[in-house]
Each structure stands twice: as structure tokens, then as C-alpha cells.
Design a protein around this ligand. Sequence first.
Ligand code: BGC
Length: 764
Amino acid sequence: MKWFYPLLVISVSIPTAFATTPAEPGVPNEQARDAFVTRLLSKMTLNEKIGQLRLISVGPDNPKSAIRNMIRQGQVGAIFNTVTRPDIRAMQDQVMQLSRLKIPLFFAYDVVHGQRTIFPIPLGLAASWDVNAVKTVGRISAYEAADDGLNMTWAPMVDVSHEPRWGRMSEGFGEDTLLTSRMGQAMVTAMQGKSPADRYSLMTTVKHFALYGAVEGGREYNSVDMSPQRMFQEYLPPYKAALDAGSGGVMVALNSINGVPATADAWLLKDVLRRQWKFKGITISDHGAIKELIQHGVASDPQDAVRIAITSGIDMSMSDQYYSEYLPGLVKSGAVTMAEIDDATRHVLNVKYDMGLFSDPYRHLGPAKDDPADTNAESRLHRREARDVAAETLVLLKNRLDVLPLKKQGTIALVGPLADSQRDIMGSWSAAGVATQSVTLRQGMEDALRGKATLLYAKGANITDNPQVQKFLNSYEPAVTVDKQSPQQLIDQAVDMARKADVVVAAVGESQGMAHEASSRSDIRIPQAQRRLLDALKATGKPLVIVLMNGRPLDISHQAEQANAILETWFSGTEGGHAIADVLFGDINPSGKLPVSFPRSVGQLPVYYNHLPTGRPYNYLHPDKYTSHYYDAINGPLYPFGYGLSYTTFTVSLVTLSAPALSAGGSLQASVTVTNTGKRSGATVVQMYLNDPVASLSRPVEELKDFRRIQLAPGQSERVSFTVTTDELKFWDPQMHYVAEPGKFNLMIGLDSVRTQKTVFTLR
Ligand code: BGC
């Protein structure tokens, strides 16, 4: 639960009271930092140390007066959910005026896909397969958030997931390890910049450590049971990549792993994170996770939960008072050692040092006179970049008889509950974005068509007509509205309008709240109210273009048959409506590729491209009962990982290798020529996959190992080469050794994970 209450502004400027300032704050100088923090620790009382471990959200549970008191007593280390410079400055002022040691607070927020300017949701960003686009998002998000006074973000979320039922798939980068790693890494380097202490940088917190995306059945907060091989091969690398990129923080997951809640997992937080990966930053529990150790069944009472969390390696507790309440007693009784408290406190102070707060507690604030007069001023937005990035994230799934791009002429009917919803297009976790500043598809199409064609609009359906789902979606905020007209009246209007048009564009899918934390679904179809609308529109016989807005792969098997064209647009952000119109009308050629497989039905889940082979693979040419399949469904996804159409066509040549074999320590080049054989310029993503057909354990049928986005003019060809070294061939064997085993390997290159050119090489 998140609360945001503006605080009283105290506009006094107090110089830092620290006699000792670090040698060069912000410059990674671990020795100077350690010496500084050691000195500071030696001055702190036990209570002041424990205070640093407390992270609180401002709201009814923690009103301003209570926070002032906590600050005075050194009982709080950091604040989240406060997002304006005056509010933040007021609290930092209190630290400087009232507390004994004047240890600055840091301020954090969920800046997941933008701050004031909202970019597409991370799943959409992954669909761009464009690391530079993601860096643009990271830079601008950090810039805008730091400009609001924030020091830290709870992002990136790099939870690999094979579970479209899980609502949080929207916040991650999809089902693949390598793509997620590259995207997470790009976010970290872009957001942190040269240093999180820089004026317009933020410190990142990679989350949710670990394996949150693998919750059983996709049910939120559920448990995870996973082999160590799979963990280290498929799920842990993205966290590691984000940490190697320098992320200063780690947020610990709410789920358990093989029976041990991550919050209580000393193996995960100490052995893996600190010892093996040498992480020196801060670990933060997720919201209320410490007390949840009781419900998890590993702690007997709150005091026990606190003991387990701190001794397992949780430095900072998010949103509960348990550390403050129970740590003093636990230290007194000897159940928690002073060294454990010192370690956790050191990590908090380390990141404050790295944020540059000890040399300037007002680092991202500046003087009050420079505060923006209007926090939500239009001039603070980065619309151009938002539009350009959003256009790259759109995936053309179907385009029968080239119904797209649409011509800017005649009459176009736009229908659907998502066609004109400013809130939904921003997606979940849209941070401090303001819905009234976002461009809906209706607005985007009107702007594109002005004076050239007629655009008719009708809502056509509610997001859902299911009262229980409506109630759920509106349980914390009024998120979905129910039209005064009956569902049939809405459909009738839309159908009347469709009959007058040359083509129908239907914006359908999920509301933003349907793809969020705590939004697991057991049915991943478009809600029935909207399906009925689509059926009625189809019956008019007019060409039907579906514009999907959603935060997870949906089961669109039926719509894939009825639509003439389908454009997947995720939740595309502040400039989404313009970007979608750019693609619908062909001003931009779509180039997005799916970062996740689209299943044919929920019953087929999980469906992901890099699955293991079975001993009895199903063969469509020679079907046999005793093979691995469902007798009532087709194996494989509706749309595969890596897939996405363009308004032009591309061909990929056979693969050539620089050598037929590779020896340990060596490398070889695999190359193809990609040609734009159509009439429009366009971008595509060349993808390289590998498969180890005989190994000491079954290896996935294919795994993405590299990719490159290229732009080609009509008729133009480009030679694309990938380097293969033993690193790409390594895996965790049955004894948990990371090895590349000699033998033959299959290498596939293509423009998606299914239609590839294949060759073979040998590792000697
Ligand atoms: C979520 C985190 C988020 C935190 C703070 C939790 O409920 O799981 O992802 O960062 O709240 O808003």
C-alpha cells in the first residue's frame, strides 16, 4: 500500500554539520568511504544505528509529526513515496536541525518506467530489443527523478518470468535471461550515470532478489521451488548483470525459494550475494516482508522474524517498525550481535556516501528558490523521446493483406474502452506521472488525421462487466468506470458507427490495474465485455484492426482469427497515443519483437521458447499418442518469442562460420546477410540462438545468445556477425560446475526464435 502526503515546507538552509567530509564524495574510493563510515559508526549509539536501518513511507501510518519525532531521535534512515523537492527538503532540514549526528536521509521511489514523463512499461521496453532506447529511458527517468530531489529508485525489476498469469510480468523484461540482463544492465548504467552522486543520477535497486517471476502458477506472493541449475542458468544472471553494472541496492523478494523465504535466506543474501558476487551495497526488504516471515511459517513471533531477517542479511526494513522495536532487545540478549548491526548500518551509510549525501545532504535539491514553480509543468516533460521510444516497442502481430498501414483518408471508426483512457495508457507504476498529460490513441489519431480524414469514436464496452473484477480493480483507487449505458447500448453505438466507416480500429485489452502487483489472473483472455464488442464489430464485415493494450501476454487465439491486423502496444506511456498513430498510419514502420511467448491458452502454461527437450517429442508429421503434448491443443505458442512483423520484408541468408570448430579460449564468427526485400525502410532484430544437443544434462532446445537491431533501406543488405566463445556454451552441470562440454553445437540465426537458419560447429 502506498501513501503520499505532502509535507510542510520548512525553507531554511543549514550547512552540513559534518566536521569530516569524505575525500571525494561520489568518486568510487572505497578506502576513503570505509574510513569515513568507520569513524561515523564509532560515534553512533545502538539506537542511532538501528534508526538507519529503517525505511518508511510517508502516510497515515507515519504522519508528518511522527516522522519529525523519529528524525529528532535518529530513528529513520530513509524515506520513500515523497516526490517533490519542497517535501524532501523539509525532511532533510529537520535532520540537519534536530538530529544529533545529522546523518542525511535518502529519498527513494518506484521510478520504474519514468518519473514525470512516462515511457512504455518495461515489458514493452524489452520489445524494442534496443539497448540504446532503454538507456534513453534510464537517463531521462533519472534526470527527472533527481530533479525532484530523489536519490534512489526501486528499479530495475529483472525477474525473468514464464508466467503470464502473474500481473508483475509487466514490470520486467520478459521470459529470457539474456534480454533481461541486457535491459537491466542498460537501466542501471543509464540511471546511475558516472556516479549516483551526480546531480542528475539516481542509485538503482535491482529487484526482486530472487526468482519472484517464478511464483508457482503465477499466483502473486506464492512460493518458488527450483533446481540450482535452473536458478543459476536462467533466473539469477539478470540480477548479477545489474549488480556488475554497479547497482548500489538490492530489494529482496517476497517469495520463498525451496521453502526458505528470500527475506530469511542467508544462503542467498550472504553466500551468493555478498561472498560469491562481492556485493557491497545495501539490501532492502520488500514492503512489510519481515513480519511476513511469521505467515511464511519460519518465525514464531515478530521478535523472531527480526532476528532471522537481520542475521540472514536484510540491512534495511521497508515499512515496518519491527527493527526499531525488537533489535535493541535482541542485541541485549545476544541473539543479534553488534557486528551484525554494524554491518547492516555500514551498508546504509556506504550508499549514502556513494550518493554524495555526506558532502551535501541537499545534493539533488539545491536551494528552494530554484524549485520548479509547477512540478507538473509541461516544460519538465520529455515528450519527443517518449514518442520515439514508444514507437519502437510496438509489435505487429498480424497484418493480413496489408490492411496496415492505414491511409489517412475516408472514415475510420475508433472503438474500445482503452482508446481514450489517459490513465490506462500509462500502465502500472507510472510513478509521478500525471494522467491528464498523457496522449490517448484517440488524441494521437486525431492529431495525425486532422483535416485529412474523419475519425469516429465510441467506447463500445466497459473494461469489464464483471462486478467482482470491477470491485477488485477499484479497491484502492477509482480505476475503472462503468458506463451509465448498458453493455448492449455501448455495443450498438459502436456497431452503428463501424458501419459508417471504411475500417475499424479497436483498442482493447487490460486496464493498467489488471497488470500490476497483486493482479494475478487465471483467465488471460481479453475480458468478456470487450470480446463481445469485437465479435459484434467483426460481424459488420468491416476490416478490423486490433490495438492491444496489456501488461502480459494474453490468450488472443480467437482474436487472432477474427482480426485483419493486430498491433501489440503494451502500455505505451505519456506519448503512447502519438506513437501508436505513427505506426498505424505508416509514418513509422513497426520493429518491435516479442520479449515473451504468447500462449494459445492458459491451459498450455508455461509456454516459453527455451524449454528443455523431452524423451518423447511430439511430431506433427507423424503424430503419436504417447508423445509429449495435449490431445486437445497444439504444442507451442500462438506467437513465438522474438516475433514481430514489419511493413517491409526481410530475408536472412544461410549462416557462414569463420571456422567449423572452436577450441577452449578461442572464438568464431557466425554471419548472415540480411536484406530488406520490400518497399519501405525498416528496422529488425537479428537473433542468434545456440543449442547443445548432447550434454551431461538436457539443455534447452535453443537459447538466445546475442542479437542486433539493424535498420535497412529498401533493397539494402547488411552482413551481421556474432562472436561465439566458450562463454556462450557454458552451463551449470549436474555437480554445479560451470562448464562448456566439448562436442557439436547447433547455431541458429533468424528474425525470431522459430524461423531460423541453422548450422553446426564443434567445440574441441
Ligand atoms: C513492491 C515493490 C515496490 C515496493 C515499494 C512493494 O509492494 O513489491 O516492487 O518497490 O512496494 O513501493
